[in-house]
Design a protein around this ligand. Structure first.
Ligand code: FAD
Length: 355
C-alpha cells in the first residue's frame, strides 16, 4: 500500500511554471488547480471534478498523475497535444504548463471554509427553494461565483451552488443565499427541499468559479435556465450598483409559467438599469391554450433576432441548455471569447464523484 502511494504521488512539493513566467508550488497530493487557487492564481475552472474541461491546460514538460481518466472529457486531438485537466492532475515531477486563458485581473477573494446555519427556506417554484445561511464571519465573493456546501454528518461530499444575491446588496455581510433546484434522485438538492433543514449546520467553502462580470462596453446577452437565474441575477444586481451602462437582453428559459420565479426582482433590476434592459421569459412546455402571451419554445429560439454580433454573452443553467445556446451562437459568429458560462453539472455529468 505504501509502495503504491509512493508511486502515485510525489512526496515532495513540486514546482509548476505557468506560461513560462508565473511559478506556484504544489503540496504532495495536491492538484495543479488546488495549488493555483491556494496561491491566488486565477486558473480557469468551473466544476473542479473533471466534468467541464474549463481547467484544461497543456503540459509542456514534466509528468503528472491523473486522478480520473481525462479521455472522457478531452478530445483525442487535445490528448495528443498534451492537454490535461488541472483539477485532476497531481504533478509527479516539476512541470511546466501552458494555460490559454489565464486572467490576471479577476476577483481574488480568499477561499474560506465557514461553518454556518440554515436560517431561511423559501419556496420559489415547485422544485426550487431559496436557502439562506447565516455565517459567523463575512465571506467575500464576486457575483457569479459559487460556494461548495456540505451538511456535516449528513452529506459530506460537497455540492456547488452559486451565490444568488450580490454581496454588495445582501442585507448584511453575515449571510449568503442560494437557489437550489431539486434534481430527481439527487441527494443534496432533494434534502434541501424540506423546510426541516432550517437550523441545520452547513459548511460553506468558497468562493470558487470563473463566472463574473468582465469589464467591457459591449451589450450583454444573458441566458438563464432554472436555478441558473441565481448567478445572473446576482451579477446584474452587482452591475446596477456599479452603474454599468450596457444594454442588456436577458432570456430566461423555463418549462411553464409555474417555473418562472423572481420575475418581480428582475423587473426591479430592469427599472433600475441605466439603459435598455429587455427581460424575456421563454416557455418550452406551456399549455397551448393558456393565457401566456410571451415567447414559447427554447431560449435558443429567441436568440437570432436579438443578437447583432458584438454582444458579450453570460449564461448559466443546465448543461444541455448551455451546449445548445453555444451552438446557436456559433452559427451567428459569436466567438468563444465573447461567451462566459457556468454549467450546472452534477454527478450524472462528471467523470468522477465529488472529492
Ligand atoms: C459551478 C456550479 C454551480 C452550480 N450552481 C447551482 C445552483 O446555483 N443551483 C442549483 O440548483 N444547482 C447548482 N449546481 C448543481 C449542484 O452542484 C448539484 O450538482 C445539484 O444540486 C445536484 O446535487 P444532488 O446532491 O442533489 O445530486 P447528486 O446526488 O449529485 O446526483 C445528481 C444526479 O446524478 C445521479 N448520480 C448520482 N451519482 C451518480 C453516479 N456515480 N453516476 C451517475 N449518476 C449519478 C443522481 O441519480 C442524480 O440524478 C451547480 C453546479 C456547478 C458545477
Amino acid at each position: 500500500m505504501f509502495m503504491m502511494l509512493k508511486e502515485k504521488f510525489s512526496k515532495k512539493p513540486r514546482a509548476v511554471v505557468l506560461n513560462g513566467n508565473n511559478r506556484i508550488m504544489t503540496e504532495p497530493g495536491e492538484t495543479i488547480l488546488q495549488a493555483g487557487l491556494r496561491q491566488n492564481i486565477r486558473l480557469p475552472h468551473n466544476c473542479r471534478v473533471g466534468g467541464c474541461a474549463e481547467c484544461k491546460c497543456k503540459l509542456v514538460s514534466g509528468k503528472v498523475k491523473e486522478l480520473t481518466e481525462s479521455a472522457y472529457i478531452l478530445s483525442s486531438e487535445e490528448m495528443d497535444e498534451g492537454y490535461i485537466l488541472a483539477c485532476q492532475s497531481v504533478p509527479k515531477t516539476d512541470i511546466e504548463i501552458q494555460v490559454d486563458r489565464l486572467e490576471t485581473n479577476g476577483p481574488n477573494h480568499e477561499v474560506k471554509t465557514i461553518q454556518g446555519e440554515i436560517v431561511g427556506h423559501n419556496r420559489l417554484t415547485h422544485d426550487i427553494v431559496r436557502i439562506d445561511i447565516a455565517l459567523p464571519e463575512p465571506l467575500a465573493y464576486a457575483s457569479g461565483q459559487y460556494a461548495e456546501l456540505r451538511l456535516p454528518g449528513i452529506i459530506d461530499q460537497p455540492r456547488a451552488y452559486s451565490f444568488a444575491v450580490a454581496e454588495s446588496v445582501a442585507q448584511d455581510n453575515s449571510s449568503v443565499s442560494f437557489f437550489i433546484r431539486e434534481v430527481p434522485g439527487g441527494e443534496m438538492s432533494t434534502h434541501m427541499q424540506d423546510n426541516t433543514v432550517i437550523g441545520s449546520p452547513v459548511s460553506v467553502e468558497g468562493p470558487y468559479g470563473d463566472f463574473w462580470l468582465r469589464k467591457a462596453v459591449e451589450p450583454m446577452l444573458c441566458v438563464a435556465g432554472g436555478s441558473g437565474l441565481a448567478p445572473l441575477k446576482s451579477l446584474l444586481e452587482e452591475a446596477v450598483t456599479q452603474n454599468i451602462q450596457r444594454p442588456v437582453t436577458f432570456l430566461f428559459g423555463a418549462r411553464t409559467q409555474a417555473d418562472l420565479y423572481c420575475v418581480t426582482d428582475i423587473e426591479k433590476l430592469a427599472n433600475a438599469w441605466p439603459t435598455d434592459f429587455n427581460f424575456i421569459p421563454v416557455l418550452s412546455n406551456e399549455p397551448i391554450d393558456s393565457d401566456w402571451q410571451g415567447l414559447r419554445g427554447f431560449v435558443t429560439d429567441g436568440i437570432e433576432e436579438r443578437v447583432k454580433g458584438d454582444e458579450k454573452v453570460y449564461m448559466c443553467g443546465p448543461p444541455p441548455m448551455i451546449d445548445a445556446t453555444i451552438a446557436a451562437l456559433q452559427t451567428l459568429n459569436i466567438q468563444p471569447t465573447q461567451i462566459y458560462f457556468d454549467k450546472f453539472l452534477d454527478q450524472s455529468h462528471t467523470s468522477a464523484p465529488a472529492a
